[in-house]
Design a protein around this ligand. Structure first.
Ligand code: BES
Ligand code: MN
Ligand code: MN
Length: 461
């Protein structure tokens, strides 16, 4: 497999520069102001696929942003790997917290990335990671070492809930037929501790509205005599968890799959330093559901968090007012065997029940998704594990992530195929945050590891 490192050494500067070009396109799917940029990005993705040697490239229109498809079928008797990724990115705000422009990629060294990291929105999530696949594919094509068929499906709506991908998958089952799905949109524990993500959380995301009086009121004339919807909303949110941080929505844990002592012992064996975790985040103490470790809280326990809360006066100075309305965005991360629909319904019932008569409430569901777990005893997982062992010098540990990629459960339901989550990001890469970055080491390590996966998988299949 010497050809892999030789090819990377020869071409790595170009690999980095090409990624930088892609990162200059502000493909923010959430904000309609960037529509032209998202569409341009789809064109750019189609172009890089073509340059790498893919056939039958198509920019597939949907009701939202297009899905870029491409493939290389070398022999229909060989197994087929479907690569999924997303070319859309999160909004870049708050802009003032970026040390350099979110769409002006720069390479800087950090303590964690002594070899340098590319700073830009989407560097790690997910342009840098799906581009590793494009470059690994180029490498296999150019060195005549592609051992199986490849299909690429790179979408443009992951960060806004993949609303149109489900229909595309349902309508294109034949085209997407494959033996395994390979995704790099997750992370590893650290550059010295390789890991493979074996679980993704589901998601129920809602917006709530609490209405008090029919108009904003003078807080002196009416204060204390009518319900203040912000106060009420805060009280209602406080009623969602008990003093042990258990969620007390009736039936919330009914379907939660409890792990065996053995599985929990496995989680405890993964390298993790609570002291490092706290110091990274400047926290004097951690927080969470009693009876579970930090890794369990993020990996295997469902959670409930307020993502945003607003209402009343938040401008300069003071305005004495009791607002008519208050709002919050609330998300619940789900684990097997909870479902988005079930939890959304239980939340809604509970929220309506605990609302005092002095206010009216509305609950509006946003996008959601189902949880996913990948087994470790299937050929594709073994191929990924061996690939990482080959290139990282250590067997990767399986880790359940707190993040969600809702489409992965849908792939399983519709295509009947398991996904392997072989990502190379780090938690410290600041995805969805200002100063997102992706280590050059991680980028090149991914490009190096993917051809090993293909070779191992083709052999095992
Ligand atoms: N790539 C992330 C998910 C992720 C990151 C999983 C790191 C595991 C480790 C993905 O782009 C993402 O941000 N997903 C959203 C869900 C989506 C419906 C907006 C999330 O997890 O909040
Ligand atoms: Mn992502
Ligand atoms: Mn994301």
């Amino acid at each position: 497999m010497e050809h892999i490192n030789n090819y990377i050494n020869e071409h790595k500067d170009r690999f980095i520069n090409e990624l930088i070009e892609l990162l200059k396109i502000p493909s923010i799917s959430a904000d309609p102001a960037y529509k032209a940029d998202v569409l341009n990005c789809a064109e750019a993705v189609a172009k890089v696929m073509e340059d790498a040697g893919a056939d039958n490239i198509e920019i597939c229109e949907t009701a939202g942003y297009p899905i870029v498809y491409g493939e290389k079928i070398i022999d229909t008797n060989l197994p087929t790997v479907l690569v999924y990724g997303h070319y859309d990115v999160q909004p870049a705000d708050p802009l003032e917290l970026w040390a350099s422009g979110p769409f002006k990629p720069v390479i800087k060294k950090t303590d964690i990335h002594p070899e340098g990291a590319i700073f830009a929105r989407g560097a790690c999530d997910d342009k840098g990671q799906f581009y590793m696949h494009v470059k690994a594919f180029e490498l296999m094509m150019k060195t005549d070492s592609l051992p199986c068929n490849v299909k690429f499906m790179i979408e443009g709506e992951e960060e806004v809930g993949s609303d149109n991908l489900g229909a595309f998958v349902k309508e294109n089952k034949e085209r997407l037929k494959c033996d395994t799905i390979l995704i790099s949109d997750t992370g590893i524990i650290s550059n010295d501790n390789p890991s493979i993500t074996t679980g993704l959380k589901g998601l129920s995301y809602l917006e709530v509205e609490v209405t008090g009086p029919n108009r904003d009121l003078h807080s002196g004339l009416y204060g204390g005599a009518v319900a203040n919807p912000i106060n009420i909303l805060c009280e209602m949110i406080a009623k969602m968890k008990d003093e042990k941080n258990h969620i007390i929505i009736p039936g919330f844990y009914d379907n939660v799959l409890e792990l065996s002592q053995e599985e929990r012992a496995d989680i405890a064996r993964a390298p993790f330093s609570l002291e490092r975790y706290k110091s990274d985040l400047d926290l004097s103490d951690i927080h969470g559901e009693e009876g579970y470790s930090t890794m369990e809280r993020t990996g295997i326990r469902p959670t409930l968090d307020v993502n945003g809360i607003w209402g009343g006066y938040t401008g300069e100075g003071a305005k004495t007012v009791i607002p008519s309305k208050a709002f919050a965005k609330i998300s619940m991360r789900l684990v097997p065997n909870q479902s988005d629909e079930e939890i959304t319904e239980k939340f809604t019932k509970f929220f309506e029940k605990i609302a005092p008569k002095s206010v009216k409430v509305k609950v509006k569901p946003h996008h959601g998704g189902e949880p996913y777990v990948s087994p470790t005893d299937i050929p594709a997982y073994q191929a990924a594990s061996k690939a990482m062992e080959n290139t990282c010098g250590k067997k990767p540990v399986p880790v359940r992530s707190g993040g969600s990629i809702p489409i992965v459960a849908l792939f399983e339901a519709e295509l009947g195929v398991k996904s392997i989550l072989m990502g190379f990001g780090l938690d410290s890469d600041a995805i969805h945050s200002p100063n997102e970055h992706y280590g050059i080491f991680n980028y090149l390590k991914g490009i190096e590891t993917i051809p090993h996966f293909f070779a191992n998988y083709a052999k095992a299949h």
